[in-house]
Design a protein around this ligand. Structure first.
Ligand code: SAH
Length: 214
């Protein structure tokens, strides 16, 4: 079976039944997930599972990418910050749903690969940055939405500061490096009001506010 056909089936099975938002569904139909996956795993590109992308990191399963995207509640005009570019797949989905995406990746080889993929797909409203995103990205702040795709111990203060009033943050937060609760935070009167969404298992967030490997 070819990739577009498989993509359609994945969307029908794992996205549409849970995400009642036509724009998000269309973004999943438009973005070719196989382009973000190493050759040896491309055959599994349209299974709803996380896959290795090198450097002990993974691309998240599509249903979770969809849920996190939905929680941001994007209307199309927003400036969004993503921490943990990884393959760039979540970035690409976001790029179809907001005005501008800034995405930060700490591992140079992943940053280079994702930059190349996103450029090849002509997603021109994306800016990739190499660096430690656990302190956010002050240069382009404030953001309407912030999404973190690696698990930290808490919501980094820098990210709270860089979120606009009324803005939303979606972030996995946990007691251990590999198990977290997905949290939705909304900034009200300078403070984040949080809501637990579900249990998730992301790779650990590195650096300050994250899990220092050393
Ligand atoms: N959203 C990605 C999944 C990324 S996995 C995708 O769709 O492919 C998490 C990524 O976060 C990894 O690439 C990891 O290197 C990166 N990461 C971990 N800590 C980070 C930090 N402090 N700053 C920026 N990126 C970080």
């Amino acid at each position: 079976m070819n990739f577009p056909q498989k993509r359609q089936i994945l969307v029908e099975q794992f996205i549409k039944p849970h995400i009642h938002d036509e724009k998000i569904v269309n973004a999943f139909l438009q973005i070719p997930r196989e382009e973000f996956i190493p050759d040896e795993y491309k055959i599994e590109a349209y299974e709803d599972k996380a896959l290795p992308i090198g450097e002990s990191q993974t691309i998240s399963q599509p249903s979770l990418v969809a849920l996190m995207t939905k929680l941001l509640d994007l209307k199309g005009t927003e400036k969004v910050l993503e921490i943990g570019t990884g393959s760039g797949y979540q970035t690409a989905i976001l790029s179809k749903l907001c005005r501008q995406v800034f995405t930060v990746e700490i591992v140079p080889t992943l940053y280079e690969k994702a930059t190349e993929t996103l450029q090849r797909l002509d997603l021109s409203n994306v800016k990739c940055i190499l660096g430690n995103g656990s302190v956010g990205l002050k240069k382009f702040a404030p953001y309407n939405g912030i999404i973190v795709t690696a698990g930290g111990k808490q919501i980094p203060e820098a990210l709270t500061d860089q979120l606009m009033e009324g803005g939303r943050i979606v972030i996995p937060v946990g007691e251990t490096p590999y198990n977290q609760k997905l949290i939705l935070g909304v900034k009200k009167n300078g403070k984040i009001e949080t809501q637990d969404i579900e249990s998730v298992a992301f790779v650990p967030l590195k650096g300050q506010y994250g899990w220092d490997e050393n």
